[in-house]
Design a protein around this ligand. Structure first.
Ligand code: ZN
Length: 293
């Protein structure tokens, strides 16, 4: 029989404890390794299952490094058709498309005839603000004196940049409601001696066409969005605006001075089927998002 002395017993106990601790330790290490491997596997699977996310992250990283570089961002150059495509497809914030075509004269047949001719000339139904828009604060502007808030900031920035170079831009019109456009259109119609009965009968199409070169039917004005403005220069607006120093400043180098602030020409040279005849005094805010390389 083996007699175990108390001290010997203690050392056997300690030995056993050491043994079981190291066993536990090994088990823990194995568990940790297995956990590590499975987490790694999971992350690879997750990563593989989200290629778009990875691509977006890569693109963001590239963008970030581009932003960090000292190279200034370059403005894109647009042809007339490209400008048109840009402002036609831009998702204007705080607006929604008109759900139905507004009345023009109230005579259904006449209205349908006017719309048909207008749409064949390239007029497009507009979107309108959904929430409040703000006062332009422009001196001398009483009608059409509201504008979308982000367009107002961009306008003030562009105007300030122009003043630094001795160019004084004036705004003569911003947002116009459908009702205001209706009143304007009917007034011009009647001034031209065009009345709904003869329009409905199809007798005066040529006169309607002439009218449409200068006035949009209600629902079709670009001013309905709150992102379109008409400009003047030292009191000179409309067709003569093209001869002013303001127009030269705005349009030089493919509209460099407007694009910097998110504005583009509403009637750039080379864009076809624009609705009315070209209006060089009109500009549209589309943000700077698509304007830089
Ligand atoms: Zn206009």
């Amino acid at each position: 029989m083996r007699v175990i002395e108390p001290r010997q017993f203690e050392s056997i106990k300690a030995e056993k404890k050491r043994h079981s601790t190291s066993k536990k330790g090994k088990r823990l290490i194995i568990i940790l390794i297995l956990l590590g491997v499975s987490c790694y596997g999971l992350s690879i699977r997750l990563d593989r299952s989200q290629p778009e996310k990875r691509q977006a992250q890569d693109e963001k990283a590239t963008e970030d490094s581009a932003t960090q570089s000292d190279e200034p961002k370059r403005l894109k150059t647009f042809s007339g058709e490209e400008f048109k495509k840009l402002y036609s497809s831009f998702a204007y914030p705080n607006t929604q498309m008109l759900t139905e075509k507004p009345a023009i004269t109230g005579n259904k047949q006449a209205d349908a005839r006017i719309r048909e001719i207008a749409e064949s000339r390239g007029y497009k139904l507009s979107s309108v603000p959904v929430a409040n828009i703000v006062k332009t604060g422009e001196p001398g502007l009483t009608d059409d004196d509201l504008i979308q808030p982000n367009a107002l900031i961009a306008w003030q920035e562009m105007k300030a940049a122009a003043i630094k170079e001795g160019i004084v831009l004036q705004m003569t019109s911003a947002y116009r409601s459908v009702d205001a456009q209706m009143a304007l259109f009917v007034r011009r119609m009647n001034n031209d001696g065009v009345y709904e009965e003869s329009v409905a009968a199809g007798f005066v199409d040529d006169r309607v066409i002439k009218l449409l070169t200068r006035a949009a039917p209600p629902g079709y004005s670009r001013h309905h969005t709150g992102y379109t403005v008409d400009l003047a220069c030292d009191g000179i607006g409309l067709d003569a605006f093209k001869t002013t120093s303001c127009y030269s400043w705005l349009s030089k180098n493919n509209y460099e001075n407007t694009k910097k602030f998110g504005w583009v020409p509403s009637y750039p040279d080379g864009a076809s089927l624009q609705g009315p005849e070209p209006e060089p005094w009109e500009f549209i805010w589309v943000s700077t998002y698509s304007l830089y390389e």
